[in-house]
Design a protein around this ligand. Sequence first.
Ligand SMILES: [Zn+2]
Length: 192
Amino acid sequence: MTGIITKAQTLLTVYPPLSIGVDTILLLRSRRKTMSMEITRDCRVLVRAPLQCPSSVVLAFVHSHESWITTHFLRASEHAKAHPDPDVLEKERLIALARKKLPDLTARYAAVMGVKAKSVKITSAQQRFGSCSSMNGICYSWRLMAYPDRAIEYVVVHELAHIRFKNHSKEFYAFVETILPDWRERAALLKL
Ligand SMILES: [Zn+2]
C-alpha cells in the first residue's frame, strides 16, 4: 500500500505455462535494482523488474518461483471468491459511502497524527486499498468499504503514516502502532 503505479504494465507470455495454468504475467519495469513478485487481488502474477532486465531473466525468475506462485495464487483465488466483484448498485453504494466517510475519517486521524494529506481521492483500484503519493495525495479504493470499520481505519492510518515515512520501515509501523496498537488484527481483516 505504498506509492502509485505510474509505469506502464506490459504482458509477458510464460512458456511453458505454469502448472496452475498461468500463461501470462503482468510485468512492470521501473527504476529499481531487484525483482519482486506479487499476486494481485484480481489473481494476476505481477513481477516488478529493473528497466533493463531482459524478459528471459524475468521468465527464469517466474519459473524458479513456481511453488510460491501456486501457493499464493490459490490463496488469492479463495479471497476473490469470498469477495466477488459487486454488481452495479452495490458498487454505487460503496462509492457513495467511500465519498461520504473517507475524507472525514482521514481528516480526523490526520489531526491526531499531526500530518496533513494534500488530497483524498476515491479510485477503483483492484490491487491496493490505499496509496499515498510522493506529494502526499491519498487515494482509497471504494472496494475498501466492503470491509469492517476497524479495517478501514487501519488503511486510513497506514496511508497517513506514509506522509511521515515513505516506506514500510520499523519506524513506520512503530508510528502506526502509536495510533492503532491493534493494527495487526485490523490489517488481518483485509485478508479474509
Ligand atoms: Zn504502505
